[in-house]
Design a protein around this ligand. Structure first.
Ligand code: ADP
Length: 241
């Protein structure tokens, strides 16, 4: 499912967080939203998700205007920086949660839910931890479970907000591999917010660089380096080793 962002504006009081943002997010690719703190990345993600409304503009999924759809009806998977797993549910129950919560008509059978959970546990290579509680997992394991949980309802879109931000470098590297592997299996369209340039350049098919509520450049990681569009992008990328 492609995502089209058309002329989105968002103000908080007098502060303009997003200033006429238009963007095309290609189907089945990983897009990184990169930019300094306060540039509007999270706000844009929340508007795409339907967690926040925009003042003007439209969001389209594969050409269909979803601007007025509730978050529930957008069929999006989310992963946040802080795992947001349910502490009182086991790993398997956490992964099954989205499926169990579907309206009866859309809910798979108990057996099918169990099969999907099992497959996802195998994908993230944690089948032995199915009955553990989140407090018994490492940070990296929790975030693998969060990825599996987000994908259980087979969303066509996966949004990640600084998904690996709270973890150390080695675990972050592993998680990038998990995200890639899951993407190769499920082919969802994905946007992930990061302020980590290495992560953006390594993991994504397309990078969107934002600054002060505007899109500065949209390009493949290689082209972004080869041809920065502006002094801002040049300076910003200059900090990468
Ligand atoms: P980023 O994700 O790039 O760090 P954000 O989208 O979180 O940027 O924030 C963009 C700007 O909007 C920031 O200056 C932030 O303080 C402001 N902002 C975001 N959410 C709110 C809110 N709910 N109320 C007031 N200001 C907000």
């Amino acid at each position: 499912m492609s995502i089209t962002i058309q002329n989105i504006n968002k103000t908080f009081g007098k502060f303009q967080a997003l200033n006429d943002v238009s963007l095309k997010i290609p189907e089945g690719k990983l897009t990184a939203l990169l930019g300094p703190s306060g540039s509007g990345k999270t706000t844009l993600l929340r508007i795409i998700a339907g967690l926040e409304s925009s003042d003007a503009g439209k969001i389209l999924f594969s050409g269909e205007d979803v601007s007025h759809l509730h978050v529930r009806d957008r069929n999006i998977g989310f992963v946040f920086q802080h795992y947001a797993l349910f502490r009182h549910l086991t790993v398997a129950q956490n992964i099954a949660f989205g499926l169990e919560s579907l309206p009866r008509k859309e809910r798979p059978s108990k057996q099918e839910i169990a099969q999907r959970v099992e497959k996802l546990l195998e994908m993230i290579q944690l089948p032995q931890l199915a009955d553990r509680f989140p407090s018994q997992l490492s940070g990296g394991q929790k975030q693998r479970v969060a990825l599996a949980r987000a994908l259980a309802t087979q969303p066509r879109i996966l949004l990640l907000d600084e998904p690996f931000g709270a973890l150390d470098a080695k675990v972050r590297k592993d998680l990038r591999r998990w995200l890639r592997a899951l993407h190769d299996e499920y082919h969802f369209t994905s946007i992930f917010v990061t302020h980590d340039q290495e992560e953006a350049l390594e993991l994504s098919d397309q990078v969107v660089v934002m600054s002060q509520g505007k899109v500065e450049q949209v390009d493949s990681p290689a082209q972004l380096y080869a041809r920065p569009d502006s002094r801002f992008v040049f300076d910003f990328l200059g900090h990468v080793n």
